[in-house]
Structure formats: structure tokens, C-alpha cells
Design a protein around this ligand. Structure first.
Ligand SMILES: [Zn+2]
Ligand SMILES: [Zn+2]
Length: 281
């Protein structure tokens, strides 16, 4: 176990309740204190409701938040999380959520990133009658997952956020309908962490992934975050023995002293012929 963080405070800038799932995982295992930093509106860095677009990549956004938290708190350790929604990588049909949790350690000069992904609750409907809204809401896990409504279309700025019960949903729908020039209401899932429990679960898994990485220490300098940086193909085919695209070796790398070690995989020795370019061209 890494002792690098025992007794250390880690700044965590968030305003959506993420500290409630992250602190119970990291604090007991690392002996650190997660210092919840407020005083900066993280929505300024981008929102899911398109009021403010997020510049740069998901990881850039997480880094930016971590840095702001470090500046506000004066700490040399900072952490932040950033989520994104896309379509699933298999069929490209279903909502998919990726959560990143970055830890920046200026004492050691390292950055360690935990990640989790899985099916997400991200969906929308343009509706003109209550039954359509009712069936959409039931299908996206409302009221556990909250909703955002607005009149007209997805770009209308008269946004009703934080809709979390059926009475409130009906009232918001009727208000939006009355404000709408085209008799339509745009309804979508609220993707903020506290309003989206399946997202919160992925944030928790990202914290577990970050913890595993922080507990893996470099054999040369003992710095945390010693982890696989690359996988190299060449796993032999079980029928013809030719190299396949399946990975054969893993490159482990330290972010601090850059020590690397190449390790041959031990969990399997051969690839199935269906993955072989010769046996299954
Ligand atoms: Zn083969
Ligand atoms: Zn090292």
C-alpha cells in the first residue's frame, strides 16, 4: 500500500456532491483527507445543458478543475472529476458514460488518472402532450434520474433544471408548454452527478480505479501511479502460431522517474483463431 498520501490533504473542487462517493473510497485506503473546495462555479467550465460549451478534451477539463482547486486551497495535491456522454462503442446505439478522475501531485510531479465507463442515462424527447413526457420519464429512470425541461426546442434558454418528482414534472411541462411558440416542450435527462445516479456509480468506480493505480508503486523510486502505459500486439494464434493483434506484452511505466518494464502477459498464452489474420482472413 502507498503511504505517499497518509496525512495529506487533497483539494477536490466540485459542487455536485461527488465528494460523497469519492472520499469514503480514498480516505481510509490512503490515509488522506479529501478537502472539498467550493467558491468556484464549475459550470463556468462547461455544462451538459449546452448553456456553456466545454473547451478542449474531457481530461483537459478535469485537469483545469483540479488546478483551480489547488489554487483556491493552496494545496500541492488536487483532484477533479469530469464526465462525458456519447454512444456505446459496440453498436453505437445506446447512451454511454465515461468518467475520469484525475489526481495531480505537484510534490512528486505526477498525474494519475482513474477511469470508468458503462451504459448511461442520457436521452431527450421533444413532446407536445403529457402522456409522451410521462412515458419518456418512466423509460429513463425518473424520478431517481432527474429531468431538465424547456419550451420550444433544445436551444431555448428558459431552462427548468432540477425536476425530480412527478408533480413538479407535470407543473414544469405545463409552464413550458404555455411559454412555447410551437406547442413543443424539450425534455432531457439531467446529467449533473447528483441528479444522475448511474453516473454517480461510474464516478465511484473511477475512484476505485484511481485507488488501484495510486497503490501501485514504482520499483525504482516508489512513486505511486506505476501502471500499464501501452500494450503491444503479437499474441500467437493457437492454431498456426502466427502473431495476432491480441496483446502479448504490457509496458509498465512510472510517471515520475520514467522507469519502464516490459512484461509478457500471463493470463493467456494463445489467441483464438477467429482473431488470426491467417486462419480467419
Ligand atoms: Zn492462425
Ligand atoms: Zn519511478
Amino acid at each position: 500500500m502507498s503511504s505517499s498520501y497518509a496525512g495529506q490533504q487533497i483539494a477536490f473542487l466540485t459542487q455536485h456532491g461527488k465528494e460523497q462517493v469519492i472520499a469514503p473510497i480514498l480516505e481510509p485506503a490512503l490515509g488522506c483527507v479529501i478537502k472539498h473546495v467550493t467558491g468556484f462555479d464549475t459550470d463556468q467550465l462547461g455544462t451538459f445543458t449546452r448553456d456553456i460549451r466545454r473547451p478542449g478534451s474531457q481530461l483537459d477539463a478535469a485537469r483545469r478543475k483540479a488546478r483551480i482547486g489547488m489554487e483556491l486551497s493552496g494545496l500541492s495535491l488536487g483532484m477533479a472529476s469530469e464526465g462525458s456522454f456519447d454512444l456505446d462503442p459496440f453498436a453505437g446505439m445506446f447512451p454511454w458514460n465515461i468518467e475520469l478522475l484525475v489526481l495531480i501531485d505537484d510534490r512528486l510531479g505526477i498525474e494519475v488518472v482513474g477511469m470508468a465507463q458503462g451504459p448511461g442515462h442520457s436521452s431527450h424527447v421533444q413532446a407536445s402532450d403529457w402522456p409522451a413526457v410521462e412515458s419518456f420519464a418512466a423509460g429513463v429512470g425518473f424520478p431517481d434520474h432527474h429531468l431538465v425541461l424547456r419550451p420550444q426546442d433544445q436551444d431555448d434558454t428558459r431552462v427548468h433544471k432540477g425536476v425530480s418528482d412527478w408533480t413538479g414534472l407535470k407543473a414544469s411541462f405545463e409552464q413550458c408548454l404555455a411559454q412555447s411558440g410551437n406547442r413543443q416542450v424539450f425534455v432531457e435527462t439531467d446529467l449533473r452527478a447528483f441528479a444522475n445516479p448511474s453516473r454517480m456509480q461510474h464516478i465511484e468506480q473511477a475512484a476505485q480505479d484511481l485507488l488501484k493505480r495510486l497503490q501501485s508503486c514504482c520499483p525504482e523510486c516508489a512513486s505511486p501511479g506505476y501502471w500499464v502505459s501501452e500494450r503491444q500486439p503479437g499474441l500467437p494464434c493457437s492454431v498456426c502460431g502466427r502473431p495476432t493483434s491480441g496483446y502479448l506484452t504490457e509496458v509498465w511505466k512510472c510517471g515520475r522517474c520514467l522507469h519502464t518494464s516490459v512484461q509478457t502477459r500471463t493470463d493467456c498464452a494463445f489467441a483464438e483463431p477467429k482473431h488470426c489474420a491467417s486462419c480467419n482472413p
